[in-house]
Design a protein around this ligand. Structure first.
Ligand SMILES: C[S@@+](CC[C@H](N)C(=O)[O-])C[C@H]1O[C@@H](n2cnc3c(N)ncnc32)[C@H](O)[C@@H]1O
Length: 260
């Protein structure tokens, strides 16, 4: 398990205390992931796996600034893989086409990973039962997994509700790339435990209305509002822990896992 000081970028994030390349303007979860990576890696040689890397948009700044990171990422979307390769051209990054179902045999050159990151992927995985077990198998003992999943696709009104229903029918027919279904929290906790992983933190972020309002923030106020927004949501996570109303108001769940 991580100690309080190791968890600080996730529990008491101060934007002024982290490098600018870890600040992802407007995304609390991405900023926390990058800040955790920066603080855990230090000057150690580490390998990081990004499960469902998409276009790998969050990596270039951190790889440019922390050359002791070797990144491995994969995604089932061929077009995203091409864009990710282009994005990380010249960096210490290996990007492949692949699915979490086949993670066990992917990247044979790196048996286990120090850190595993997966942002907004779990809600799209079919079948989702494989996910935490696959992550656990490739995580080193005492390694850390930074994982988030989203709920925003399920609260945008009738059009997205219809799209989600169709995506599930398509997945049954073998067309999985549009799949999105809400992640049940009790199910996730059970799967995490069965996979032999410990939950160090499980928080909810990105209050839907604040996320929309943040678009109005400009100039120097923008950074201050972002910091205040982070503090407010951290405080809610402390005070309303276990209250399902917090979970249902927020767009993202962020969990930090370690391997027993
Ligand atoms: C919302 S995108 C997030 C992409 C990226 N992680 C990011 O934060 O920018 C969801 C990603 O999950 C990927 N995905 C869906 N099913 C997957 C699976 N079975 N294994 C790995 N990745 C998957 C999709 O291809 C897509 O790139």
């Amino acid at each position: 398990m991580l100690n309080d000081s190791q968890l600080k970028p996730a529990t008491g994030l101060q934007l002024d205390a982290i490098p600018d390349y870890c600040v992802w303007d407007g995304s609390i979860v991405r900023t926390k992931m990058l800040a955790m990576i920066w603080s855990l890696v230090g000057d150690k040689e580490v390998n990081i796996l990004d499960v469902g890397c998409g276009e790998a948009r969050m990596w270039r700044p951190i790889l440019e600034n922390i050359p002791n990171i070797s990144l491995y990422g994969f995604d089932p979307s061929p077009s995203s893989v091409l864009l990710a390769e282009k994005e990380l051209d010249g960096m210490k990054a290996n990007i492949r086409h692949g699915d979490v179902i086949r993670l066990e045999t992917m990247f044979p050159e790196a048996a286990e990973f120090d850190l595993i990151v997966s942002h907004s992927v779990l809600e799209h995985v079919v079948p989702r039962e494989v996910y935490f077990g696959a992550v656990s198998k490739r995580l080193k003992n005492n390694g850390v997994a930074l994982i988030s999943w989203g709920s925003d696709h399920f609260r945008q009104g009738v059009r997205t509700d219809i799209r989600n229903v169709i995506s599930r029918i398509l997945a049954k027919l073998g067309i999985e790339q549009y799949y999105a279904a809400e992640v049940d929290e009790l199910w996730a906790k059970d799967q995490i435990s069965k996979a032999g992983l410990d939950i160090n933190l499980l928080h909810y972020y990105s209050l839907v209305e604040l996320k929309k309002l943040f678009r109005l923030a400009k100039g120097v106020s923008r950074r201050k509002i972002f910091q205040d927004w982070i503090c407010v949501e951290e405080e809610f996570n402390c005070t309303a822990q276990g209250d399902s109303r917090l979970m249902t108001s927020m767009d993202e769940t962020f969990t930090i896992l370690t391997k027993k």
